[in-house]
Ligand binder design. Sequence first.
Ligand SMILES: Nc1ncnc2c1ncn2[C@@H]1O[C@H](COP(=O)(O)OP(=O)(O)OP(=O)(O)O)[C@@H](O)[C@H]1O
Ligand SMILES: [Mg+2]
Length: 360
Amino acid sequence: MDGGPCGERPYDPDDLPDGLLVADHAGKVTVFNTALARLCGADPAAALGKDFRDVLPLRDADGRDWWKCTDPYHGLRTRVRQPERCLWLADGSEVMVTARYVREPRRGGDVVRLVVGVRDGSARARQERDRADLVSTVAHELRSPLTSVKGFTATLLARWARFNDDQKLVMLETVNADADRVTRLISELLDVSRIESGRLEVHRQVVDLAAAARRAVAGRVAAGDPEDRFRLTVGEGLPEMWLDPDKIDQILGNLLENAVRHGAGTVTIVVEPVSSGVTDAGPWGAAVSVSDEGEGIAPELAPRVFRQFWRGKRRGGTGLGLYIVKGLVEAHGGTITIQRARQGGAEFRFSLPAGTPDFA
Ligand SMILES: Nc1ncnc2c1ncn2[C@@H]1O[C@H](COP(=O)(O)OP(=O)(O)OP(=O)(O)O)[C@@H](O)[C@H]1O
Ligand SMILES: [Mg+2]
């Protein structure tokens, strides 16, 4: 342990971000680092020389004394470690605990040292809660369109002859729209899971951003929005952009849809180069802003819009659109921000680096 370049120890247990307890062959504590002291609210100096069970009492989910259950010094001689598990400290806080039983001889010998790692469990507990929330939100989102599909098909099957063609058409149109909603939600969820697991792949090729913006507008117009709702401005000197064309279409489609659905008035799209800040270095990439003349988003709500399932007053969407947009922009190495547009509405602006071919 001693012998660093200046006579220091090469490492100090107090440098560890996680709690660490080491006990000797008799179970007396030899190391009790500051992170562990912080977790337990104990005095590290007072813990030294005490029995490990007294300074680190742990309970399992059923409230049983964990050390009694495992008994490191007298349990199975083949056991050399405890896998990570969730336990509770005396004050009821949740911790993740792992342990190693150092034996001499290594196989089947007595325990000469017990090394216990303790990590704060609140982040994991929060993650689990978030996951449970996600499951219930998804179940709910799937159930409402499916309830309507089931309701209308059951009604039509039971009373087919009683409805006229117009009534049947309305019901089938609703069923069709709800089926589309389920399909869309499922593909959004797949995107979310790819973003979360870092499996989102960007297949780069040269993309004409201005043409992509024009295509996105044409798509909205084809879907029934009046052409004069959109204004597109393209700045001079855009660099050659290496991007994933499908993902760019998805980003622009989402932002335009939001501007039309949640905003109002004219939707202005500006595509312009972004400089690297270094003279003569040429543009770093490009930025696209999409702004509208609606109510906009209150500044205190702005950080929330990129969260999963967050949506404002107006229902209809699932609240995944902007979360996915942010994930797609970041997968390109870009950033997205929201601010109040000059015209008063919301302005979303994303910047993307010019990028290089995949094989470069
Ligand atoms: N241009 C805008 N003007 C005002 N509010 C907006 C605008 N864009 C987004 N919002 C608000 O942000 C929320 C989240 O947007 P997001 O695109 O993530 O979800 P959504 O449009 O409700 O559903 P989805 O896109 O998943 O169908 C919206 O519900 C809306 O309240
Ligand atoms: Mg949306």
